[in-house]
Design a protein around this ligand. Sequence first.
Ligand SMILES: C[S@@+](CC[C@H](N)C(=O)[O-])C[C@H]1O[C@@H](n2cnc3c(N)ncnc32)[C@H](O)[C@@H]1O
Length: 259
Amino acid sequence: MKLASNPKLTVVGAGPGDADLITLKAVKALQNAAVILYDALVNKELLEYAEGAEQIYVGKRKGCYAYQQEQINQLIVHRALTKGHVVRLKGGDPFIFGRGAEEMEYAAGYGVEVAMVPGISSSLAVPAYQNIPLTKRGSAESFWVITGTTKSHNISNDVALAAKSTATVVILMGMSKLSKIMELFKEEGKQDLPVAIIQNGTTEDEKIGVGTVNTIEQVVAENDLSNPAIIVLGEVVNHRYRLHTICVQAANNSLKVAV
Ligand SMILES: C[S@@+](CC[C@H](N)C(=O)[O-])C[C@H]1O[C@@H](n2cnc3c(N)ncnc32)[C@H](O)[C@@H]1O
């Protein structure tokens, strides 16, 4: 087997879905790749930056994993050692619930040079595209980003802690635990706290449902919301309505001035 002289892994954040939300550094990494391994939530348009590269899909197919994590790790090392520069393209930011760190550790253990290009995480960008600021003076002084489902498939204990705080709470991979999450907030007396659920955020298929801790499950059923989705809990959710109202009022006022 002929070995590459410069085995390298670059773990690259693809951003949350909108192809324009990739960084210039990520585009340069794609252009310099010999092999790309990409996930399900990556916008396929981005692969056009890597025309000459071998492109391997390693995400989920019809709910099943095309590759297990161990196989992905081995594939990265094999391709780096035989072909040179491997780009591991991951949705959002690879270090936010993305297993990018694990893949870098594994490759480094085989003497592969490793690098990381951060991406715009869905946890920030998906609410932002819906005019939901995660912090806003007077509404929220901090935010938590939590996984709804842990390695052991249970709800993270951090959700109960976050429910006690005044922070904006952003939950990824939480749709299968929605009832339990809302229960934890109800236990803290937060029945009326605003909640937004955004599916396929920043893409053409984006869908949103807005309600409160008490009503959001009904909203989800009515709007048929499912994965991939982000749950945002906090007063900041109301900002999108406030902004909308201001825009409508301003438009009405300017109409009156024009008349
Ligand atoms: C394994 S995590 C990866 C997160 C990613 N590393 C990031 O920073 O965005 C996948 C989860 O992120 C959320 N997610 C990712 N992209 C999304 C999008 N465009 N719209 C809504 N949720 C998204 C969903 O909760 C999904 O189940």
